[in-house]
Design a protein around this ligand. Structure first.
Ligand code: C2E
Ligand code: CA
Ligand code: CA
Length: 732
């Protein structure tokens, strides 16, 4: 699912890109808006400055025309001057006209007389038109501005003063367009506030006023640029500033009007202008978000549908539809990865199959067959853990790679147990499994490692008594040998390459012949192959079933011949493979052959191995009872190696106990107590005892002394062809 990650990363990158673009766009917009705002405020303020300039210029021009008239028409009488003024059409623009004499005495057209001796200096300082700062009228207490010009009459010096209501300037300011939230000042060159358009200044100076608006950091920052503002105002240079006050952001624009050194300073709160802009911005933002959302949705949709497809492809390629575990591709891929990841853990590969799974499919139907396969996959995961790599690689064949540090037999036995008693719902299925185990060594190729597990599995295949085999190097050679034997065995049977050898059984006390054990020999191309090389294979591939019957028939045929030739009927034992026990009618076949040759079954001893008597799922007592009913004698072969309890022996209708060679071998090595014990028990159970593999006189003497009944072994005779054995019968 590497692709998955890639796609997510791509989506994240796209998202981040969009975000970056969005942020860049927003910043750009905000910058532009700020610039535009500044520009438009500047334009407005410039306009205001211009209007103010026009107003002042006009008023100055009016005053100039009045003084010009006085001088050119030689008007000296105050009343005449007042008369001229009152007759003009300009009176509405002024509060009044005043004439100040050089002693400070001032009279007005509306009949007031005041003394300005203290301020008169200002009015007579030059003959240029002068404009006063804002002041309070001595007559009516209103805020006024005075335009004045000193003129020299013949007899005296007077100053003509036109009084304007400072308030009238306020109408010039268009900051009203900002919903009345802005405010403006006219300041002189020192920043002193001449006109306070909104009557809201708490201080008389622009700088102090700004200072009073600011708090905290921005107040500190203001210290660094307030001199610059002062300087600009003084030098009549326009400027703008953004001020962060505790009442929000303000744009401040100052603009010289070009008269008197005056400037306009206007403050607009960003709140006032933000409304419109914010709406535009918000729309853009929402649009952007919608676009981003749509693009993201498309991306996510593509990724999801892609993942689905990917997952489907992955499933086709790697998942087994029946078990929902891996298939062979999955196993090879994951297994290879695991083998390449070096670690100290012990890794095993297990190959497992169900015996005669075809029969299960036939018996229960394919649907149940699939359910069982699913159940097996689950069971493997339950026992081996989720970390194991499980696959079903064909029909009923599973392969698992897993780590395990304890004794492998323990866990494999558990798997065998759990699968053989697989429970699905309320049904218990009695399955039979075969397992091959390979303990991974230095392998770094999964296919080769799996082959070894398969080799171990083939070694166990069909072996109902040894459920699992662990790979060892010899197996490969064995497998080659086995497949050679398997290819030849049927032909060998037809060619009568299998022969019966007889090994005499001798009474310990007098050396007389008791009987013999029939042992198979394979004479192939003139060479004799020992049973140990082919019996285990025939046990697995079930050829033993045929071979045993063939040998049994040979034995019956020989017995018939001896009876006729020598009138002797020695007891001959034949080995019966435990594989027969799985077929409940096998004894009928033995019966038929015996009766065909007219052999009395009580002259035939069936040797069954001790380990076969403790096989799960086989009722050996039942089988033995049947053998007895049919008249056969029964020997328990290899006794002592199968760990069956002696008490179990009590219930068995056996006649003879064959003590395994391994116990006989211990005689003379001070380890005799087991054999003594077995002999004692056998006597108690009234069983005849035979010791096999007796090779020395010492062993024979010991066994005789301990009461063992019959001796079989090289000490007396090796297994021999029928012709040789006839000599034993002859002397019987
Ligand atoms: P087994 O049934 O335990 O047979 C006894 C084995 O011990 C025989 O080996 C025999 O030759 C060997 N033996 C007897 N006395 C001595 C002795 O003093 N020293 C030594 N070293 N060995 C002795 P064999 O014939 O190679 O057979 C091996 C096994 O093959 C048998 O073990 C038996 O389990 C199986 N087998 C042989 N013939 C048949 C057969 O016809 N049918 C079946 N099902 N199994 C057979
Ligand atoms: Ca035997
Ligand atoms: Ca034996």
């Amino acid at each position: 699912m590497k692709n998955n990650k890639k796609q997510v990363v791509i989506i994240i990158i796209i998202f981040l890109l969009l975000l970056a673009v969005g942020i860049a766009y927003m910043t750009y917009m905000l910058n532009r808006i700020e610039k535009n705002t500044n520009n438009s405020i500047k334009t407005i303020v410039k306009n205001d400055a211009n209007n103010l300039k026009v107003e002042i210029t006009e008023q100055k021009a009016i005053l100039q025309s009045i003084t010009n008239k006085i001088l050119t028409e030689n008007i000296v009488n105050a009343d005449e001057i007042f008369n001229m003024y009152e007759k003009s059409d300009i009176t509405s623009r002024f509060v009044r006209l005043a004439i100040m004499y050089d002693n400070g005495k001032t009279i007005t057209n509306d009949g007031y007389e005041k003394d300005y001796s203290e301020e008169k200096k200002h009015f007579f300082a030059s003959n240029e038109i002068q404009i006063s700062t804002n002041r309070t009228s001595k007559i009516d207490g209103t805020e006024i501005t005075i335009y004045s010009q000193a003129i020299n009459l013949k007899s005296e010096k007077i100053a003509i003063c036109l009084i304007v209501k400072t308030d009238s300037y306020k109408n010039i300011f268009s900051n009203k367009v900002f919903e009345g939230k802005g405010f403006s000042y006219i300041v002189d060159e020192s920043g002193n506030i001449i006109v306070n358009a909104n009557n809201d200044s708490k201080t008389k100076n622009l700088i102090d006023n700004i200072d009073s608006m600011l708090v905290g950091k921005s107040k500190e920052k203001f210290e660094t640029y307030k001199d610059k503002i002062m300087e600009n105002i003084k030098n009549e240079i326009p400027g703008t500033r953004t001020l962060q006050t505790d009442n929000g952001k303000y744009y401040m624009v100052y603009e010289p009007i070009g008269i008197n050194g005056w400037s306009i300073a206007t403050f607009i709160p960003s709140k006032a202008i933000a409304g419109e802009i914010n709406r535009a911005l918000l729309t853009t933002f929402i649009l952007a978000i919608i676009v981003i959302f749509i693009i993201l949705s498309i991306c996510i949709y593509i990724v999801i549908s892609n993942n689905k497809k990917q997952k489907q492809l992955y499933e086709y390629a790697y998942i087994d539809p029946v078990t929902k575990k891996g298939n062979i591709n999955y196993f090879r891929k994951k297994g290879q990865e695991r083998l390449e990841r070096k670690s100290n853990a012990t890794v095993y590969i297990m190959v497992l199959d169900i015996n005669k799974f075809k029969m299960i499919n036939k018996a229960y139907g394919y649907k149940t067959g699939d359910t069982i396969l699913y159940g097996i996959g689950q069971e493997l995961e339950n026992v081996l853990g989720k970390g194991s790599i499980i696959c079903r690689y064909s029909n009923d064949y599973f392969a698992v790679l897993f780590e395990y540090e304890e004794g492998i037999r323990k866990i494999v036995n558990k798997i065998v147990r759990n699968i053989e008693n697989l429970k699905i719902g309320n049904n218990v299925y009695n399955l039979s499994v075969n397992i091959g185990i390979y303990k991974v060594d230095t392998d770094n190729n999964i296919a080769e490692a799996m082959d070894k597990a398969i080799i171990a599995h083939s070694a166990s295949k069909g072996d109902v008594f040894d459920k699992f085999h662990i790979y060892d190097k010899k197996m490969e050679k064995e497998l080659v040998k086995e497949s050679k034997i398997e290819s030849e065995m049927y032909q060998a049977l037809m060619n009568k390459e299998f022969q019966v050898y007889y090994q005499p059984k001798i009474y310990a006390k007098d050396g007389q012949l008791y009987g013999a054990e029939a042992l198979v020999r394979w004479i192939h191309d003139g060479k004799m192959i020992s049973p140990s090389e082919f019996i285990p294979l025939f046990e697995k591939n079930k050829f033993i079933l045929k071979l045993d019957l063939y040998i049994f028939e040979q034995v019956c045929s020989d017995m018939k011949m001896w009876k006729e030739k020598y009138q002797k009927e020695p007891i001959i034992s034949v080995n019966v493979s435990r594989n027969h026990f799985l077929d409940e009618h096998f004894l009928e076949k033995y019966m038929m052959i015996a009766s065909q040759y007219g052999i009395n079954t009580n002259k035939i001893d069936l040797e069954i191995t001790e380990s076969a008597t403790i096989e799960a799922g086989i009722d050996i007592i039942e089988i033995m009872n049947k053998m007895k009913r049919l008249g056969f004698m029964i020997s328990i072969d290899d006794f002592g190696t199968g760990y069956s309890s002696l008490s179990a022996l009590q219930d068995m209708p056996a006649d003879i106990l064959k003590i395994d060679k391994s116990f006989v071998d211990r005689i003379g090595k001070n380890e005799k107590n087991i054999i003594d014990y077995i002999l004692t028990i056998a006597k108690e159970l009234k069983l005849t005892t035979i010791a096999e593999g007796v090779e020395t006189k010492e062993q024979r003497d010991y066994l005789l002394e301990k009461g063992c009944d019959i001796i079989q072994g090289y000490y007396y005779a090796k297994p021999m062809p029928e012709e040789e054995f006839e000599e034993y019968i002859d002397v019987l």
